[in-house]
Design a binder for this molecule. Structure first.
Ligand SMILES: *Cc1c(COP(=O)(O)O)cnc(C)c1O
Length: 398
């Protein structure tokens, strides 16, 4: 059956929540994907920063398969061993003392919101329940996560949202300070805004927030769902900016494509979750925890992370050269292997032109071409991607 036929069938029965590319993908390996016609693509989307170790990674597949045969699921009424080992690894590799497992980004954002409110109520009493969030942020589609998301376009038709979220401009430390009062429990943000268009924090923003939170007794919550797990050349993006959070969320790259989210917190904050306060049926199951543990073992290797940084510099140089040739590119920004090209025009045609030439890229905010190649990308694949991008710009903006 052809891709076109599959697409026609999908469009009859699947809810139309996505502006999907007309592409039916059937197989992947490393940085490559193949469609139903056998056409090959270089993948600079990586499932939106999910398949950080590429598609069909053999070791991760083996770890998952072993547990698929041995034990797929028991309730969180019981202990399972991969979950314990993964939690130990995350604690050893981060600021955190304790971990809660769920299945997606939005879900761990819900957990983070609940944890902050409960901790602050216990510590300071009633009335301290609001969050200072950033304009242009993205935290997910469930009601809590959506209420923390500072983009009205995502709220359309869904109000009333969860009360208690205040929005200030990203990178405006003064605005954050001015928004603090006795009703605020936490400052919640992405260290680099991903969906918002790869927006980087100013050099002192996160450290300034850390100090403000310490001074005012607020929690600092970092959503590292997209930036975490090696994407920026450090295991967690906040390590670049000298500001450890009290609470952090991870998901996307955690199990390299299998669904998993993790909520991490300091011991003091985590105490607020006692038996019965929060739960997930599937969270931390053996198959996914074993896959995640294998992925984390590879991603956290300092040599691997250094290599991500070097390849990121290499990609940046190529993108800067592209910017010099095509004035339609207003700005190139990013860190590690997370890059955005802000265009002076809509970017949809570039996405199409790249796809037709065998490269998958994403466009966010209408005019920002976002590149999130697998972290295992090789220099020759970066060269191939840049050559296609260049040809696409040549074709669309001659
Ligand atoms: C993708 C994303 C989420 C939502 O994750 P889901 O798994 O889609 O619920 C939240 N925050 C950030 C920063 C993200 O990039």
């Amino acid at each position: 059956m052809s891709s076109q036929e599959w697409i026609a069938r999908a469009d009859k029965v699947v809810m139309a929540t996505y502006g999907r590319q007309p592409l039916v993908l059937v197989r992947g390996e490393g940085c490559r994907l193949w469609d139903a016609e056998g056409q090959e693509y270089l993948d600079f989307v990586a499932g939106l920063a999910v398949c950080n170790l590429g598609h069909a990674h053999p070791e991760i597949g083996r770890a998952a398969a072993e547990h698929l045969k041995q034990l797929v699921h028991v309730s969180n009424l019981y202990y399972t061993t991969p979950m314990v080992e993964l939690a130990e690894d995350l604690v050893r590799l981060s600021f955190a003392d304790r971990v809660f497992f769920a299945n997606s980004g939005a879900e761990v954002m819900e957990g983070a919101i609940k944890l902050c409110r409960r901790y602050s109520r216990e510590r300071f009493g009633e009335g301290r329940h609001r969050f200072i969030c950033m304009e242009n942020s993205f935290h997910g589609r469930t009601f809590g996560a959506l209420s923390a998301t500072g983009q009205q376009k995502f709220w359309q038709g869904f109000d009333p949202l969860l009360p208690g979220f205040i929005f200030v401009p990203f990178n405006d430390l003064k605005a954050v300070a001015a928004a603090v009062d006795d009703s605020v429990c936490a400052v919640l943000l992405e260290p680099i805004q991903g969906e918002g268009g790869v927006c980087l924090p100013d050099a002192k923003f996160l450290a300034g927030l850390r100090k403000l939170c310490d001074d005012k007794g607020l929690l600092l919550v970092l959503d590292e769902i997209q930036t975490g797990l090696g994407r920026t050349g450090r295991l967690f993006a906040h390590e670049h900016f000298g500001a450890a959070p009290d609470v952090m969320t991870l998901a996307k790259g955690l199990a390299n494509g299998l669904p998993m989210g993790a909520l991490l917190a300091t011991g003091e904050v985590a105490q607020a979750f006692v038996p019965g306060t929060h739960a997930s049926t599937f969270g931390g199951g053996p198959v996914i925890a074993a896959a995640a543990r294998t992925a984390l073992g590879i991603l956290s290797n300092p040599d691997f992370l250094a290599e991500v940084g070097e390849k990121g510099d290499y990609l940046r140089q190529g993108l800067m050269a592209l910017k010099d040739r095509f004035p339609i590119i207003r700005e190139v920004r990013g860190l590690g292997l997370m890059w955005g090209l802000e265009l002076a025009q809509e970017g949809a045609e570039i996405v199409t032109a790249c796809r037709q030439r065998g490269l998958l890229v994403n466009c966010t905010q209408g005019n920002i071409i976002r590149l999130l190649p697998p972290l295992i990308v090789r220099r020759q694949e970066i060269d191939a991607g840049l050559a296609i991008l260049s040809a696409a710009f040549e074709a669309v903006f001659p």
